[in-house]
Design a binder for this molecule. Structure first.
Ligand code: NAD
Length: 348
């Protein structure tokens, strides 16, 4: 099995290095690795944030472990050359349409949540976000109004096939958990959302055991902080999911703790921490590598058929935290590699 390592920018290479050390420490047979540039690092070396060689590796690989992209030096580039375009390009080219973001709280970190501990302790959910459609991929541009004013526009759309395939992922994820699915939309004002809701209801006929509810996105944002324990699985579109999944993650603790997966229809996936390249702490050994280490665990489970190894990593992370391992974002002083060491020693 070939794993593509795409460290990217900022703290990306620092956290990927720790995830790779943890994977090596598992001593699994049959895994090989190839590394390639992506994001700002790729733009600086090869003139494009997603060079052909990187895309080729991503296509050949069985799974991709991704750090983060984003470099302040590149902020003034034309949009299609900015580092962030690499992740959008990979999602599109590889048809990675389903983003799974688990959000749950490690009990010993209840004080790190933005919520009161008694509310934070309820959080145990997965947000399933559609990744390949919606307003991010619609027609967009700048134009001039009749009155000579500048006007920006981005068209939101979903077709029924796109909604149907993500709805199936939502229902299947719910079947593997608490059998509750909440579909989040804005059907009171958006036609795109009305279609979304209709198709989710049609798809529900195939999953009679799953209790389906619907919620408008503004209410969902409120309920996530008011009563997060009501959610088991949330399925939603690209734009709403982008915002709600970051909100859920801060409720669950530090951004440095949460993994994610972006899956295609055939089991291939791109695995990455939910955080970005954190240029403010890059190169200082302050990055928490646990989100990336947990992303590697998701990779083993969803793409490499190694659920036992995934469970070993997750248990080691929980043990390291229970034993007091704390990086700077968790109020401690352990460096990125010391956090990696703590997980590795909890493995053995
Ligand atoms: P960010 O996630 O990089 O950082 C937000 C805050 O969280 C910062 O204070 C940072 O220091 C902290 N933080 C993030 N990860 C951490 C970790 N592992 N350990 C400890 N602290 C951590 O978000 P941002 O500052 O909005 O964006 C920075 C760059 O990253 C931008 O260029 C943005 O476009 C990019 N970005 C990339 C991705 C991606 O690669 N998928 C996702 C989000 C943002």
């Amino acid at each position: 099995m070939l794993i593509a390592l795409l460290p990217g920018d900022g703290i990306g290479p620092e956290v990927i290095a720790e995830a790779k050390r943890v994977l090596d420490a598992l001593g699994l047979d049959g895994l090989s690795y190839e590394e390639a540039l992506v994001g700002g690092a790729a733009y600086k070396a090869a003139g494009h944030p997603l060079p052909a060689a990187t895309l080729d590796l991503a296509k050949r690989a069985d799974a991709i472990l991704f750090g983060a992209v984003g470099d302040p030096d590149c902020d003034a580039l034309e949009r299609h050359l900015r580092p962030e375009q690499a992740i959008l390009g990979l999602r599109k080219e590889l048809e990675l349409f389903a983003n799974l973001r688990p959000a749950s709280l490690f009990p010993e970190l209840a004080d790190e949540s933005a919520l009161r501990p008694e509310i934070a302790k309820q959080i145990d959910m997965v947000i399933v976000r559609e990744l390949n459609g919606d307003v991010y991929f619609g027609e967009k541009g700048m134009r001039e109004t009749d009155g000579g004013k500048r006007e920006g526009y981005d068209i939101m759309s979903y077709n029924e096939d796109e909604v149907c395939r993500i709805a199936h992922v939502g229902f299947k994820t719910a079947m593997a958990r608490g059998k509750k699915l909440c579909s989040v939309d804005k059907a009171n004002v958006l036609e795109t959302s009305q279609l979304w809701r209709d198709v989710v209801i049609e798809t529900a006929a195939e999953y009679p055991e799953v209790e389906l509810t619907h919620m408008y996105v503004d209410n969902a944002a409120m309920q996530l902080v008011r009563n997060p324990g009501q959610f088991d699985v949330i399925v939603t579109g690209n734009l709403f999911g982008d915002i709600l999944s970051d909100q859920a993650s801060m409720c669950a603790g530090s951004i440095g703790l949460l993994p994610s997966a972006a899956l295609d229809n055939g089991g291939k996936g791109l695995y990455e921490p939910i955080h970005g390249s954190a240029p403010d702490i890059a190169g200082q050994g302050k990055a928490n590598p646990l989100a990336t280490i947990l992303s590697a665990a998701m990779m083993l489970r969803y793409s490499l058929d190694q659920a036992d190894a995934a469970g070993r990593i997750e248990a080691a992370v929980a043990k390291a935290l229970a034993d007091g391992a704390r990086s700077f974002d968790l109020g401690g002083s352990m460096t990125t590699s010391e956090m990696g060491d703590a997980v590795i020693s909890a493995l053995t």
